[in-house]
Write a protein that binds this ligand. Structure first.
Ligand SMILES: NC(=O)c1ccc[n+]([C@@H]2O[C@H](COP(=O)([O-])OP(=O)(O)OC[C@H]3O[C@@H](n4cnc5c(N)ncnc54)[C@H](OP(=O)(O)O)[C@@H]3O)[C@@H](O)[C@H]2O)c1
Length: 244
């Protein structure tokens, strides 16, 4: 792989994926909203030996993401991998009856992914190869009382990727869905239980390996492959006690 475009590269998983690929001298397209943080990450990637192009943008703005990907494509030989990583999660406060917060979660986490991956498809189709990666979550399998929009958005991302794969495999475009459990990044609410939380560096190594191996849906830590089917059998009142 020679080039990777990553959204949400200003912190957490995206930031550390950028460092991982920078060490391998892969040319990087990095994007996020916060310019200062993005500059900090870009500088560190350059110091690790990578060529870096960065784009301050909001993934909710489809034109901005498309322009960034098209600009990045002019700087590289082939667009090898696009990682739709940007995402938000917050208490959606549904009891106050205002859809603003939940809608911002749905918009960022679903439309942010389609805004990022769709512009790459014609480019990868012409090349006859490429990897589209979306960061979903184990939350896509689990309904949650305070983050139902987050779980729904991650389930939507998984289903989108499953459909894209059916359409795009004929062009040798791989569609890879990553479903992590808790990873120690700023998105995680620290005063709530975070079972089996991984540090971000170890998590990124696992994600990069799954991308390298073209895994269709990569769920980790592995214990979730056992826990998730069991959770489906557990009554709602137990789930509420575990998650609320
Ligand atoms: N950490 C976990 O436990 C965990 C588990 C499963 C899945 N995930 C998923 O992993 C992805 C990365 O999250 P993280 O854990 O690394 O959290 P994070 O540190 O909060 O990173 C989120 C990134 O997304 C960017 N972002 C958010 N909204 C954006 C927008 N509208 N436009 C552009 N960029 C935006 C943020 O940058 P700016 O604020 O600068 O824009 C930041 O770089 C998310 O999709 C998250 O849902 C995380």
């Amino acid at each position: 792989m020679n080039s990777v475009f990553i959204t949400g590269a200003s912190s957490g998983i995206g930031e550390h994926l950028a460092y991982f690929y920078a060490q391998k001298k892969i040319t990087l397209g990095l994007s996020a909203r916060r310019r200062e943080e993005l500059t900090r990450v870009a500088k560190k990637c350059e110091s690790l030996g990578a060529k870096v192009f960065f784009y301050q943008l909001d993934v909710k703005n489809s034109d901005d993401v498309k322009n960034a990907i098209q600009n990045f494509t002019t700087k590289i030989v082939t667009l090898d991998c696009v990682i739709a990583n940007a995402g938000i999660g917050k208490d959606e406060k549904i009891l106050i009856g205002n859809p603003e917060i939940i809608n911002s979660v749905l918009e960022t986490n679903i439309l942010g992914v389609t805004n990022t991956l769709l512009p790459a498809i014609p480019i990868m189709k012409n090349q006859n190869f490429g990897k589209l990666v979306a960061i979903s979550s184990v939350a896509s399998f689990i309904p949650t009382p305070n983050n139902s929009g987050y779980s729904a958005s991650k389930a939507a991302v998984k289903m989108l990727m499953d459909g894209f794969r059916l359409k795009l495999s004929q062009y040798d475009i791989e569609c890879i869905t990553i479903c992590p459990g808790f990873i120690d990044t700023p998105i995680v609410t620290k005063n709530k239980p975070t079972p089996m939380m991984l540090d971000v560096e170890s998590a990124v190594k696992k994600i990069a390996r799954a991308i390298n191996q073209n895994r269709k849906t990569f769920i980790f830590p592995w214990q979730y492959k056992i826990i998730l089917p069991i959770l489906k059998l557990i009554p709602d009142w137990v789930i509420k006690k575990l998650i609320a």
